[in-house]
Design a protein. Structure first.
Length: 401
């Protein structure tokens, strides 16, 4: 893939934030190290009893396996390498989002340079929050869940089905909060959903069931409670309990899934990640800044794929409201109100704001074109196009111009 100017600018922007944050980074990396040692080290309370003995480790087995890759290094070196690798994944995700947008708008006359500029402007807002989750907190589980979700979205735009299921399952196996993203399977063409859905369920069950069957006490991990912070949106919803209400986690999944399904039904599948992240921000009792990385990925996808405006307003609104609010608004209640306001306004916008030229129950554009070729899907070569379109697609695949 050719290196383009916007890539170089985003690399430099990422390096700048990395250097600024890395001295105070790795806040939560010890949880990953502890988890992988318990899972693979054969110590008491580890192995398949990991989640029963340590419900505070809300980390998926795929993330713990990935953390194992850094085990041969010293703690300091392993942490630094992990933070660098997670930062690079953010740049890979920006490239994937650009390619996803190019595929989605293939054949619509979209100006390549404007698309490139849109990715750049939205990426400048995305990177500070990505460094927050990947470097300051070093939450490998959140990083992998969002990365796998991004690859799933890209696979969906390419007209895939089985690959979408695999990547979504990996996201859930990395971090349970990715469960609402699974409604992206509804964006697959009718008649092709059952197999990928069963594959998704099988891969998720294969990763998590051994822990529950190995120690039935693992169910306690799902009940793990954290303090209900004064700046949370829950406070504005009337939840004043000191800890996490027992209904809170299931409600996050249900609300995120329901909103995502509504977005798919309205032909706005690029909003699924944002809506799932919004549900977490709205109902989670905590207000850690790394939560906002999932929202910024959602606004990035919406600004790049879900609409065609040059200026990606929602990415910058999210950055100022969620990150800026944390830094510059001293009052807890006001910060909670800002979080609630952002979730409400962005959700209503992506679901209800008129979107000219889009079908109500649309599928990814590339799938719509393939469905109209008259050739059975099973007989089509992935990516096959006519001569003129093939030339155009090759240009887009290299990145927006």
């Amino acid at each position: 893939m050719p290196v383009r100017r916007h890539h170089l600018l985003l690399v430099g922007w990422t390096a700048l934030w990395f250097v600024l944050v890395v001295p105070s980074g790795g806040v939560s990396w010890h949880y990953l190290r502890q988890g992988e040692q318990l899972l693979f080290g054969g110590t008491p309370g580890g192995g398949l009893s990991l989640y029963a003995s340590h419900p505070e480790l809300q980390i998926g087995p795929v993330s713990l396996a990935a953390a194992r890759l850094f085990q041969p290094f010293s703690p300091a070196t392993g942490q630094l390498l992990a933070e660098a690798a997670m930062s690079v994944l953010g740049l890979v995700m920006l490239t994937l989002v650009g390619r996803t947008a190019a595929l989605h708008y293939l054949g619509t006359g979209t100006n390549h340079r404007r698309l490139q500029q849109r990715i750049l402007i939205a990426g400048l807002a995305f990177i500070p929050m990505w460094i927050e989750v990947s470097v300051r907190f070093a939450h490998l589980d959140d990083v992998l869940a969002l990365f796998f979700a991004t690859v799933a979205v890209h696979s969906l735009a390419r007209g895939g089905s089985w690959a979408v299921a695999v990547w979504l399952a990996l996201a859930v196996d990395a971090k349970p909060t990715a469960v609402p993203f699974a409604v992206l399977l509804l964006a697959l063409p009718r008649g092709t959903r059952r197999g990928p859905f069963l594959l998704f369920c099988g891969l998720v069950a294969g990763a998590w069931l051994p822990f529950y069957l190995g120690n039935l006490g693992s169910i306690s991990a799902a009940k793990f409670a954290i303090p209900n912070q004064p700046a949370s949106s829950l406070r504005w919803l009337g939840v004043t309990s000191a800890g996490t209400p027992p209904w809170d986690r299931p409600a996050q999944f249900a609300l995120g899934g329901a909103l995502g399904a509504l977005a798919v039904w309205r032909g706005r599948w690029p909003a699924v990640i944002l809506l799932g992240a919004n549900a977490r921000i709205l109902l989670d009792p905590s207000t850690y800044t790394y939560y906002s990385a999932s929202v910024l990925l959602g606004t990035l996808l919406w600004d790049a794929v879900g609409q065609r405006r040059l200026v990606p307003w929602w990415s910058w609104i999210a950055l100022f409201a969620l990150y800026g609010g944390t830094l510059f608004i001293p009052d807890d209640a006001t910060r909670g109100l800002v979080r609630l306001g952002f979730v409400a306004l962005s959700t209503l916008y992506v679901l209800l704001w008129p979107s000219p030229g889009r079908k109500r129950r649309g599928r990814p554009r590339r799938q719509q074109r393939l469905a109209g070729t008259g050739t059975p899907r099973s007989q089509r070569v992935p990516g096959a196009r006519g001569p003129a379109e093939g030339t155009r697609a090759a240009s887009l695949a290299a990145g927006p111009r």
